[in-house]
Write a protein that binds this ligand. Sequence first.
Ligand code: R5P
Length: 292
Amino acid sequence: MSNLSVIAGKPSEDLARRLSSKLKANFVKSEIKVFPDGESKITLNGNLSTKKSIVVQSMYPPVDTNLIQALSLISKAKEVSPEVIAVIPYMGYARQDREFLPGEIVTMKVLGKLFKGAGASKVITVDIHSIIGFKHFTIKTKNVSAIPDLVKYFKKLSLKNPLVVSPDQGGKERAKEFAKEFDSEYIALEKKRDRKTGKVEIKTKHIDEVTGRDLILVDDMISTGGSIIKATQFLKKQKCKRVYVACTHALLMNGAEKKIKKSGVTRIISTNTIPSKTSIVDISNTIAKAIK
Ligand code: R5P
């Protein structure tokens, strides 16, 4: 038996299988039954390593259910393996990394305690919303970037004089990294989100650079699609050509994909941190490298 086991949470089974084969690990599948009251019952199928286990479980919706399942898998792994690495490709709650409005609870602080308490010695994420979230963790953490994998895909498309665009200033560094790998220019729009209603508005008034060019809107995640839709509507008004979206985590809540397409986006390309119709970029190799 291998000295390493990869335990697949249900939401990340395909990614975990790919990772396991890259790491030549022992693959352990989990069977999940969610009872009518919402409780999860998990049964593991396979042998756990007495040395090191890797739990792979993304925290996309239902977020809290997937969180408790991740913690349960870590806790079980820790009973057998002295070292347990939690690979959480999409880390939910990462946007709650500080107190934006008085009285708000910083849930990333709670997560820091939970992952440690469950027995993880290290947490690995892919494009966590903001690295500030990890300041609340006392165990080892590592965040890997999916940008090189996304860029590899975009290089295969024949885009016309492409320009990389971040929908907001917060994503400027991400757009810069993408543009550097892609060998193009980049810009960042000014976005304002109402902290109470969540409504998004583009503050940028006019931009010349986009006219007649194919654009790649780069973001870490799409939830409701509000940010991408507002950005696309604005960019279309500036007479750009096609708008492509490159994002790591496509949550696409409440029919977001349809709404995004309707706003004028040609294609959404995301990674398999969240399996969906748009998740055509595999990041298992990048995660494997971070573990080796
Ligand atoms: C915000 O800062 C993030 O990077 C995303 O742009 C945002 O969370 C996406 O959410 P939505 O799709 O609901 O606008």
